[in-house]
Design a protein around this ligand. Structure first.
Ligand code: CA
Length: 229
C-alpha cells in the first residue's frame, strides 16, 4: 500500500490508473498538469509519482527537474515516445524507472513495487525525513507545522507552503520562478505575490527584509533560507 500521485493529462488514462491503483488498496491522487503535480508534492508525502511526459504545461524533462528540486520521491516516467535516448536522459536526470504507453495497471504495479523496494522502505518509516531543522527553525512537512526556538508558528496555508519549500532547499538560492510554480502553481506571475508572503513570513519569524536572519532575498535571483550565523 502506497500513496501515489498520478500525473496524466489524458482523463481516460488517468481515471483508469486511479481505478486500478485504488482497487489494489493504494492511496491515489490524480492531477493533469506538471504545476499541479509540484504543488501536490509539497503538500503530501507521496511514496511514488507516476509522471506522464507529455503534459500540456511543462516539458517532461523540465517537470522532472523541478520535481527533483523539491523532493526525493521516487518517480516513474510514463512515456508514449519510444525514444531510448530520451528515456536514458530522464533516468540520468533523476527518474527511477519508466513505463512505455500503453501499459497495464499490473505492469505499473510491478514497476512500482520494484521502485518502492529500492527506496528501501522509505515509505512509512516514520517522519525523520519530513522534519527539517534549520538553526532554531523546525518544519514538519508531514504534519504541516513549524516552530521557531520551540515556539509554534501560526502560518497560513500559503505561508507554510512557502516556508516548507524554502526549508527543503535551505542554503540554496531558490529562483522566484520555481517558487511561483511550486507554491502558487503559476508559471508566470507578479513578483509582488512572493514579496507580500515573504514579508508576512518574516514578521512571524521576527525579522525584517533589512535585518534578515533566516530569509534572504537575493536581488534579481531568488530567495534563500538559511540558519543565522
Ligand atoms: Ca499526455
Amino acid at each position: 500500500m502506497a500513496l501515489v500521485l498520478v500525473v496524466e493529462d489524458d482523463q481516460l488514462v488517468r481515471s483508469a490508473l486511479i481505478r486500478h491503483l485504488t482497487r489494489e488498496k493504494h492511496g491515489v491522487r490524480g492531477v493533469g498538469t506538471a504545476l499541479e503535480a509540484l504543488r501536490e508534492v509539497t503538500r503530501h508525502p507521496f511514496d511514488v509519482v507516476v509522471l506522464d511526459l507529455g503534459l500540456p504545461d511543462l516539458d517532461g524533462g523540465e517537470a522532472l527537474k523541478m520535481l527533483r528540486g523539491i523532493s526525493n520521491v521516487p518517480v516513474i516516467i510514463a512515456t508514449a515516445r519510444d525514444d531510448e535516448a530520451e528515456v536514458v536522459r530522464l533516468l540520468n536526470a533523476g527518474a527511477d524507472d519508466y513505463v512505455t504507453k500503453p501499459f497495464s495497471g499490473e505492469h505499473l504495479e510491478a514497476r512500482m513495487a520494484a521502485v518502492l523496494r529500492r527506496a528501501g522502505g522509505r515509505a512509512g518509516d516514520g517522519d525523520a525525513g519530513d522534519v527539517l531543522r534549520i538553526g532554531g527553525l523546525r518544519v514538519d512537512l508531514r504534519r504541516r507545522v513549524a516552530d521557531l526556538d520551540g515556539t509554534p508558528l501560526h502560518l497560513s496555508r500559503r505561508e507554510f507552503d512557502l516556508l516548507g519549500f524554502l526549508a527543503a532547499r535551505a542554503g540554496s538560492v531558490v529562483p522566484r520562478r520555481e517558487i511561483l510554480a511550486a507554491v502558487w502553481g503559476q508559471s508566470y506571475g507578479d513578483d509582488q505575490t512572493i514579496d507580500v508572503h515573504l514579508s508576512w513570513l518574516r514578521r512571524k519569524l521576527g525579522e525584517t527584509a533589512r535585518q534578515p536572519r533566516y530569509l534572504h532575498t537575493v536581488r534579481g535571483v531568488g530567495v534563500k533560507l538559511e540558519a543565522p550565523p
